[in-house]
Structures are given as structure tokens and as C-alpha cells.
Design a binder for this molecule. Structure first.
Ligand SMILES: [Zn+2]
Length: 315
């Protein structure tokens, strides 16, 4: 019975190394590879799955690893930061560009991604969740079927990432309003966030399920957290897990037909390493979500973003 399921998707944004990625990235390719492989192994060992959003140069660097992950059931999508693409010729955030500029850049990025991996690309996440009202219709025209490019409640207009008033649950996108549900063939699957709640540190983001937002003293000096979020990412672990429970219960109370949890992270942490605090939070979140689901009369369905879109198509 679909209404008693909750689809749980773990996502990782796979950035270029920091040297070539002004918005942030792993220190080197070796860490990137360990992080991606460790994330996949951890999910698999615990019966979870998810989606990797990959910038084109990282797709090239780890092409065989990503192809093997695809064969293991993970989804591969495109991640795009203009500032980290090619030789750094684009200096702004995606939503700051015109419709035709977005289309030109995204087409070039998609082509490169598909060439490197030898696979068609139908899923997308915008870097820094930057988007304008043109972004979804452009993606739909290009043949993308699903995106996960919104963080409901994020208020960062200075980087064209304003999601105040956005839909909180998966929906068909709209041709003229990125905040609305509409009739385009493209589905948006938002990251799980509580736009009605507090904003840690008075920052741009409400509480949301990004693993590295959990307070982790050893990492404070490490400049691995992406730029605009830096001041607002510290969430106490108890608040993070309370958020997960609240967002599950909220969907039950509102009788949302396709219930989802979408969590995120980056290829910058030592996933699978027992001493890594972010990796330990991933394991805790996987386990806690199963318990939260049971307490709310639900069954966890491990899902990719594409799986969630297919569930919407059938509902
Ligand atoms: Zn990114």
C-alpha cells in the first residue's frame, strides 16, 4: 500500500577538487574517490541507496567507479556549478544567467558528462541550489526527467538561490514559477528541510538533512564546507535527528501520497572510516530513519531520485 511507505534517498554532490572548484571541493582526487566509494559501501551494507550528482570533470576522473556504482543500482546525475566548469570562464551562479546562457552551459555540461560516463543523463542538481524561473523549463526541454535542486526555505537571493515558499514535496515543475507545482514533464524532488523552523546561526538555511551541517568540532578549521552556507551549517545532533522525525510525522499528518526523505552530503568526508564523524552520522541517520518509520507506521523504501519520480508517475 503506497501510502504506508516512505522513500528514503541519500544523495552525494560530487565536486571537482578544491583547486578547480571555487564553491568548494575535496582536497584531492584520492579523498574524492575514497569518499564516493565509502559512501556507496556504507549505504549498501545498511540496505540503503541513493543518487550521486556529479560535475563533468569528476565524472571523467572517476568514470569506472561511477559506472560500477550504476551497475550496483545507484543513480548517477549531473551536478553543475558554473564556477567549477571547464577553465573557470563562468563566474556567477546558475540562476543568475539568462535562459539561453543556462541552456548553453547545461547542454555543454550534459554532453561532457555523457561522453565521460557513456550513459544518458536524466537527473540534475544545481550547485548551491541556484536556479531562476527559467531553470526547470530549460532542464525539461533538454530531456531531464527529475531534479533535486531545491532546498525549501533557503533564502540566498545574492546567489540566486531563493526557495522561500517552495514546494516541500516531490512535484511536477512549472513552466514559469520555480516555487510552484505545474505541468512540465520534469519532476523536482526537494531536499528535506523545515522551512517553518529555526535558521541555525541566523543564516540562509532552515534546518535540513545535510550530514555535514551537524556540529562537528574537529572539522571547524577545515575549509571543506561550501561557501555561502559556512556560517549557518552548525546544527546540534539532537536537533538534526529531531528534524528527521518531525519531517516524517509531518508527511503522515498531511497525508502526503508519496512520502520522501532526501538527505545530502559531499565527496569530502571519509565515509566508511570508523573515525570519521560525518560517516558516523550517516550510519546513525540510516538506522534512525528505520526506527522513525516504524514509530509512524511506515516502511522505509530505499530509493533514488529517479525511483521517487517513477513513484509519482504511478500515484
Ligand atoms: Zn555542489
Amino acid at each position: 500500500m503506497p501510502g504506508r511507505d516512505i522513500s528514503v534517498c541519500f544523495t552525494m554532490d560530487c565536486e571537482r577538487i578544491r583547486e578547480f572548484s571555487p564553491p568548494g571541493g575535496p582536497a584531492d582526487w584520492a579523498l574524492s574517490e575514497r569518499s564516493i566509494a565509502g559512501f556507496a559501501d556504507t549505504l549498501e551494507h545498511r540496505g540503503a541507496t541513493g543518487t550521486f550528482f556529479i560535475v563533468p570533470e569528476t565524472a571523467e576522473q572517476h568514470a569506472s567507479l561511477f559506472r560500477s556504482l550504476r551497475n550496483r543500482g545507484f543513480e548517477l546525475g549531473l551536478h553543475y556549478h558554473p564556477q567549477a566548469f571547464l577553465d573557470g570562464r563562468y563566474g556567477r551562479y546558475l540562476g543568475e544567467y539568462t535562459r539561453s546562457e543556462q541552456k548553453e552551459q547545461l547542454a555543454a555540461a550534459k554532453n561532457r558528462w555523457e561522453d565521460h560516463l557513456g550513459l544518458p543523463c536524466a537527473s540534475f542538481r544545481s550547485g548551491n541550489f541556484s536556479a531562476s524561473d527559467d531553470t526547470f523549463p530549460v532542464l525539461a526541454e533538454m530531456g531531464f526527467r527529475q531534479t533535486s535542486s531545491s532546498l525549501p526555505g533557503r533564502h540566498a537571493p545574492q546567489i540566486a538561490a531563493d526557495w522561500v515558499g517552495a514546494q516541500m514535496h516531490p512535484h511536477r515543475t512549472d513552466a514559469v514559477n520555480r516555487l510552484a507545482s505545474g505541468q512540465l514533464s520534469l519532476f523536482e524532488v526537494p531536499v528535506t528541510a523545515d522551512p517553518t523552523g529555526e535558521r541555525p546561526g541566523g543564516g540562509v538555511d532552515p534546518l535540513h538533512l545535510r550530514l555535514e551541517s551537524i556540529a562537528r568540532a574537529p572539522y571547524r578549521q577545515d575549509n571543506t564546507v561550501l561557501g555561502p552556507e559556512r556560517a549557518s551549517t552548525q546544527t546540534r545532533p539532537e536537533d538534526f535527528f529531531a528534524l528527521a522525525e518531525r519531517m516524517v510525522r509531518d508527511q503522515v499528518d498531511k497525508q502526503i501520497p508519496v512520502k520522501t526523505i532526501v538527505a545530502g552530503t559531499h565527496n569530502m568526508f571519509e565515509f566508511g572510516h570508523p573515525d570519521d564523524i560525518v560517516s558516523s552520522y550517516l550510519i546513525a541517520l540510516i538506522d534512525q530513519l528505520k526506527q522513525i518509520a516504524v514509530r509512524n507506521g511506515l516502511t522505509v523504501i530505499p530509493a533514488t531520485i529517479e525511483d521517487i519520480r517513477k513513484g509519482m508517475d504511478e500515484s
